[in-house]
Ligand binder design. Structure first.
Ligand SMILES: [Zn+2]
Length: 283
């Protein structure tokens, strides 16, 4: 029987393929990845960084980013903790490279230069003390980097349920401060995200469909927004609408090409934000 691909998996699959050329955005995405899924382990006078991600593609993206942006070499480990031969693309025997999300995913291990990486990304101060939130200069910085921060956080800890009335986008956060930082970052994108605690775990979440649409779009999701969401047919509406169109349908005269993609309400072809939130258009 064919397993149905979840909404979260679809988003993750698309996000791992988003091509980002701006260095500021690549840095911001990596900070999001490290802050929301990275663990610092003091070991024999140095710091080892371990990042758990949901898929092989995400792990390779993080590994490549760490090397190209920070010159930091990292190993990708499969679910069984064996080193993954990324160059050959062949998974170790007995493991799968299927897209997943959670503790069974792949891991990125930084054994050399982890302490310096943590300092350069603002996750620790010069005394090595860890940050509880997110580097404030990032949350208050460029809009393109705020979107990239969200992409990094979602790549490692994000979830999407729905569509329909139960639609919810969540990011599980390491601390309440990190959740509040995501709330503040989303506000910069014009999205009303809130924070909560679920079974003792802080989360940032949003349930409004239009807001989810805006947030996913800012992160770089394109395909899924036009193909995936099919809201239940309403009385008097015979056609299936694309994700987000249900709200737009009540705004006469608004063409699909004018759908807001950024907080200023620019269309997908006219947004002047740096590289459309730093994302290459050919992605
Ligand atoms: Zn940027």
């Amino acid at each position: 029987m064919t397993r149905q691909v979840s909404a979260t998996e679809r988003v993750l699959a698309e996000l791992t393929g988003v091509r980002v050329t701006a260095w500021c955005c690549r840095r911001a995405e990596l900070v999001g990845v490290l802050r929301f899924a990275g663990q610092l382990h003091p070991m024999g006078g140095r710091v080892v960084v371990l990042v758990t991600v949901g898929s092989l593609a995400a792990a390779v993206r993080v590994q490549r980013g760490l090397y190209e942006v920070y010159g930091c070499r990292a190993d990708v480990l499969g679910p069984d903790s064996r080193p993954f031969q990324v160059d050959t693309g062949a998974p170790p025997r007995g493991t799968t490279a299927a897209v997943g999300h959670g503790s069974g995913g792949h891991r990125v291990l930084i054994t050399t230069g982890g302490g310096e990486l943590a300092r350069r990304t603002g996750l620790t101060d010069c005394a090595g003390r860890g940050l509880r939130g997110v580097p404030p200069q990032l949350v208050a910085g460029r809009v393109c980097d705020v979107a990239a921060l969200w992409r990094g956080a979602f790549l490692t800890q994000g979830g999407l349920s729905g569509p329909g009335r139960k639609a919810e986008l969540t990011v599980t956060c390491p601390t309440a401060e990190a959740a509040l930082a995501l709330v503040g970052a989303a506000r910069r994108l014009g999205v009303p995200v809130r924070s909560k605690e679920l079974r003792g775990q802080p989360q940032a979440f949003v349930r409004d469909l239009d807001a989810i649409n805006t947030l996913l779009s800012a992160m770089g999701v394109r395909e899924m927004l036009t193909r995936w969401y099919q809201p239940p047919a309403r009385a008097g509406v015979a056609t299936v609408e694309a994700f987000g169109e249900s709200n737009l349908a009540s705004r006469p005269g608004r063409r699909r090409a004018d759908r807001p993609c950024c907080p200023k309400g620019h269309g997908t072809t006219s947004c002047p934000a740096a590289g459309h939130h730093g994302i290459a258009s050919s992605a």
